[in-house]
Design a protein around this ligand. Structure first.
Ligand code: MF3
Ligand code: CO
Length: 263
């Protein structure tokens, strides 16, 4: 197993990077309205990251991804590509996924936004997805098996009659976008990794309204649900501590604490 534990300096830098990622998700909210183009949203985020925060949008150019953030609408599960002809419309649910690099440190977070007035049913899918992420944070501390995260998320999501996407998982993160360990959002019995103080990883469940299966579009990036059902995702970058965890990408408007004590 690779040593991916962060030291004090790493953690300080991750907090700085994480705050920028969180800030992007805070400042973009007023722009998520009907008829705005997703390219405008991408441009505003890009400008904020590069010109205001002097950071780098990690997605831009990553494996040739063409944009600075991912914007995934309705049945798009993840990796949606903005376009000036792709407009938000009343009733859409939209995931904005932001990854930044600051002083060589990556952080990654995403959340759902509602465009205009969204149906109760669609809000409910988002609420359950967010809650599945939040519930998983309550198990995190030094010494706990990592597969506990997926067990909690899957159990909760399936109890609500939604499904967990299997193809994408959370990941360690630090000086690299994707590091050891993998964080599955469903239960896997042959996953023996243990959470350790100083580990930093993302948790980013994608939850589908109907079946969990996904397909990739011809652009090579956009992932949609296979059955056309809606999909939602929330993501945070999380630091494991001796007694709990710290949400590195915590946003001001979140109704949960930044620091969890899980004893
Ligand atoms: N935030 C995503 C992740 O966790 C995005 C990576 S794909 C990209 O890996 F091309 F958009 F960067
Ligand atoms: Co991620």
């Amino acid at each position: 197993m690779k040593n991916t534990l962060k030291n004090k300096y790493d953690i300080q830098q991750m907090r700085i990077s994480g705050k920028i990622t969180a800030n992007v998700l805070e400042i973009i909210k007023p722009y998520i309205v009907p008829d705005v183009s997703t390219e405008d949203i991408n441009r505003i985020c890009h400008h904020y990251i590069t010109q205001v925060k002097h950071a780098i949008p990690a997605c831009l150019g990553y494996k040739n991804f063409p944009k600075s953030i991912c914007i995934s609408i309705n049945d798009v599960v993840c990796h949606g590509i903005s376009d000036k002809k792709l407009l938000l419309k009343n009733g859409d649910i939209v995931n904005i996924d932001v990854s930044v690099i600051k002083n060589d440190y990556y952080t990654d977070a995403s959340k759902m936004f509602f465009v205009g007035s969204v149906s109760k049913k669609n809000k409910y899918l988002c609420q359950i997805t967010k809650k599945s992420l939040y519930l998983s944070l309550k198990c995190i501390k030094n010494g706990v098996k990592i597969n506990t995260i997926g067990k909690i998320i899957q159990k909760y999501v399936e109890k609500k009659n939604f499904s967990v996407v299997r193809e994408y998982c959370g990941h360690g993160i630090g000086k690299n976008f994707h590091e050891f360990p993998h964080i599955l959002h469903f239960y896997s019995h042959n996953d023996y990794i243990i959470m350790r103080t100083g580990m930093i990883f993302t948790i980013e469940p994608m939850v589908n309204e109907k079946l969990p299966h996904v397909k990739c579009m011809a652009d090579g990036w956009t992932i949609k649900t296979n059955d056309g059902g809606l999909s939602a995702q929330y993501e945070h970058t999380i630091l494991v501590t001796k007694t709990g965890c710290e949400i590195i990408t915590h946003q001001k408007n979140e109704k949960i604490p930044k620091i969890f004590i899980n004893t």
